[in-house]
Design a protein. Structure first.
Length: 698
């Protein structure tokens, strides 16, 4: 931030702490680590009215971060949550942030924000000490006031300290964060700060914004990925009254003051494309992933596989598959762009405003400091709104027309340009000894990525190799864009691992819970499993028992989760999930009710990838372009959900938004086996696949 802009923030005490614009993982599976150089600042402003404004680069996607981050500040600053105003995702006002994904708001950014609040509190304490002429150590801070408990007359408020001043100051030593035993705000189930706006319809998303003279844009799109534009005839579209046709390199669009007229003009454009050579489809993709895979990366290597096989009494080999899956967010990618005096401002539905800022600046060839991204409420992301194609297109068209331009993907565009959860092939080999102990684990993962691929069980001889993934797929591995999808890679790898675990348990003649506990020494995982089993009312039995019950467990970003489910399967293979119990150990829950809501949302979304969601395609053409064929969960599908937070006050807050989804494919797959005897190996678990598995069993 430039010094002049910093001062323009107005009256108040601005407290700065240092934050690194770059982050790096401390180790495989570990949380990112932040450094704090002086060239970037995460800050709080205490205004002359006593209100605290908190600026964060995170955004509100519906996950409740606005509320939880407020609680972190309120706790460390010792103010009421209602006295805090949140400014989120504005690249001109907020400190740099990588983006809102990976469930990193609380475990990664939370300590940074808490440290800023601690520093603010101590700066205010020092200023109060100077004002009251008493030692700072003798002063207490509570509800926006600083006072000497021995002399009630010696009291000063945050507001009076900030009156007419703009002061930056650091303390020489920042005290430690508060101990959980002293929390008064963290751990409370506070109402969502955005709830009233959203239920009344006052909440503004990018598509709700209007500017004088604004144009709606409709853009010529290819019929398939890999198709090359040959020629475009826009003459008929130009004849529509009020329509404006723009050609900017590869971008061909028609704009109008009315969106329906822009759509009508677009339909009159004659575009010709050249298709690429026939390649792969949703049936052949799994073999393609193996044959076209890049060199493998071994992420786990322990013991000796030959020795493991020698110790084995039974060896198991299976191949598991999962289809491409769309993010299917309620809000499509939308952006409104305007250019005024060389300053580009874009209101964008994005999870990563600073990333989009760079993309817009690069596309226009302007310095990044001439681009401002403002993020209103975002209607879901799940990893699908990290890139900003719609923002780039809106900015290019605003420059071409000299007017504000809104680009809002329709549902067909949303499905076409989505970065899908990658299809994947998981080849597993495992073995148990005569005592039912797992002695060998070997996994080759193609396409999915490494998340969740490492075993969570006690296995002396293990090897895991990953070939490609969602983060940096090899050229030609996937026929279209892939990316993060709520708990990336974990859903695929947990599905494969936990289904094979159940098969080994059955072979050993053991109940699935007993088998897992016999092969687990991690006390947190054992506790979570037992907690969920007790709440579910698990009765030990070898599978298949005909009851239609199953379990699965896993670890995501230091959060432990165990899920139990009960299902029914009718004669057509249709699965109905009746009940789900999910226990989650996420350390300290900042907002317990918010955490339970996240668990419920993850379970609901997980029903989709488990039972129905898959993208059908051929030669780059997406067959599923709407909710008429792409089936997401309905309200009528919802089971009774019991979300349990396992109390772990000694564990720092960890991931909350994604862990509960990772077990859904596996727990339902295991419950189907228990009901029918059939074993499934491919997601989603459609009626046709269930029927086939049942017939194979018979």
């Amino acid at each position: 931030m430039r010094r002049r802009d910093f001062v323009k923030l107005g009256a108040g005490i601005v407290v700065a702490c240092r934050i690194d614009p770059l982050w790096a993982f401390q180790g495989r599976g570990q949380l990112p680590r932040f450094n704090y150089p002086t060239d970037f600042n995460a800050y709080l402003r205490v205004g002359g009215d006593g209100r605290v404004t908190c600026y964060v680069g995170k955004v509100e996607l519906g996950q409740g971060s606005m509320t939880a981050l407020t609680q972190l500040v309120a706790e460390e600053l010792s103010v009421a949550p209602a006295s805090i105003d949140m400014v989120m995702g504005d690249t001109d006002l907020c400190p740099w942030d990588l983006g809102t994904f990976g469930s990193m708001c609380i475990p990664v950014f939370g300590p940074v924000l808490r440290r800023a609040a601690v520093e603010a509190r101590e700066v205010l304490r020092e200023l109060a000490a100077e004002r009251l002429q008493v030692p700072a150590a003798s002063l207490e801070v509570k509800n926006g006031s600083i006072f000497d408990p021995r002399d009630p007359e010696k009291t000063v408020t945050f507001a009076s300290l900030a009156d007419g001043k703009a002061i930056t100051r650091h303390v020489s030593v920042v005290p430690p964060l508060k101990d959980p035993a002293s929390f008064s705000v963290i751990g409370q189930s506070l109402p969502r700060r955005d709830a009233t706006e959203k239920v009344t319809g006052r909440a503004k998303y990018s598509g709700d914004l209007r500017l004088p003279g604004m144009l709606y844009a409709k853009i010529v799109r290819p019929p398939a990925h890999g198709a090359k534009q040959i020629r475009v005839d826009t003459s008929a579209a130009a004849s529509v009254q009020g329509a404006l046709v723009v050609r900017d390199g590869d971008l061909v669009a028609v704009l109008h003051e009315q969106p329906d007229e822009a759509a009508r003009a677009l339909a009159l454009i004659a575009a010709e494309f050249e298709r690429g050579a026939a390649a792969i489809d949703d049936l052949t993709i799994f073999d393609h992933l193996v044959s076209a895979a890049p060199a493998g990366q071994q992420i786990v290597g322990q013991g000796n596989l030959v020795e493991g096989e020698r110790a084995a009494s039974a060896v198991f080999e299976e191949t598991f598959l999962n289809a491409y899956v769309a993010h299917a967010t309620m809000e499509t990618h939308t952006a409104l762009a305007t250019i005024d005096g060389g300053k580009v401002t874009v209101w964008a539905s994005t999870q990563a405003p600073f990333m989009v800022k760079t993309q817009v600046a690069d596309s226009l060839g302007v310095p990044p400091d001439r681009v401002r991204i403002i993020t209103p409420f975002v209607g879901g992301g799940f990893g699908g709104k990290t890139m900003g194609q719609q923002a780039v297109e809106a900015a290019r068209l605003a420059r071409a027309t000299g007017r504000p331009v809104q680009v809002a993907f329709d549902r067909r565009e949303e499905f076409f340009y989505d970065t899908f959860r990658p299809a994947a092939t998981m080849k597993l080999k495992a073995a148990i000894d005569g005592a039912g102990k797992i002695v060998l684990w070997s996994a080759d993962v193609y396409g999915a990525g490494e998340g969740g691929a490492a075993p969570i069980y006690d296995i002396p001889h293990q090897r895991v190799v990953v070939y490609g993934g969602w983060q940096a797929p090899a050229p030609g591995l996937h026929p279209f864009g892939v990316g993060a999808w709520r708990a990336p890679a974990f859903n695929s790898n947990t599905f494969a691992r936990e289904l094979l675990i159940d098969r080994m348990a059955a072979s050993a003649g053991l109940d699935p819970l007993t088998f897992r506990l016999n092969n687990l020494s991690d006390p947190r995982m054992r506790r979570v499993l037992q907690t969920a089993a007790d709440r579910f009312g698990w009765v030990p039995s070898k599978t298949p028992s005909g009851r239609g019950v199953g379990m699965a467990c896993g670890v995501y970003s230091n959060t432990y989760v165990a899920t139990f489910a009960e299902v029914t399967v009718d004669g057509s293979g249709q699965v109905r999930v009746k009940r789900v119990v999910c226990a989650q150990d996420m350390g300290v829950a900042v907002n317990p009710q918010g955490a339970r809501t996240q668990i419920e949302g993850a379970i609901t979304m997980g029903l989709g990838y488990a039972l129905s969601e898959e993208i059908r395609f051929r030669d780059g053409e997406i067959a599923d372009r709407g909710f008429d064929t792409y089936r997401i969960p309905r309200f009528s599908w919802l089971p009774k959900i019991d979300a349990i937070l396992v109390d772990s006050p000694d564990v720092p807050p960890s991931a909350g938004g994604e862990p509960a989804i990772i077990c859904m494919g596996a727990v339902i797959g295991n419950a189907i086996h228990d009901a029918t005897g059939g074993r499934l190996f491919q997601l989603p678990l459609t009626p046709a696949r269930v029927r086939e598995a049942r017939m194979t069993h018979l």
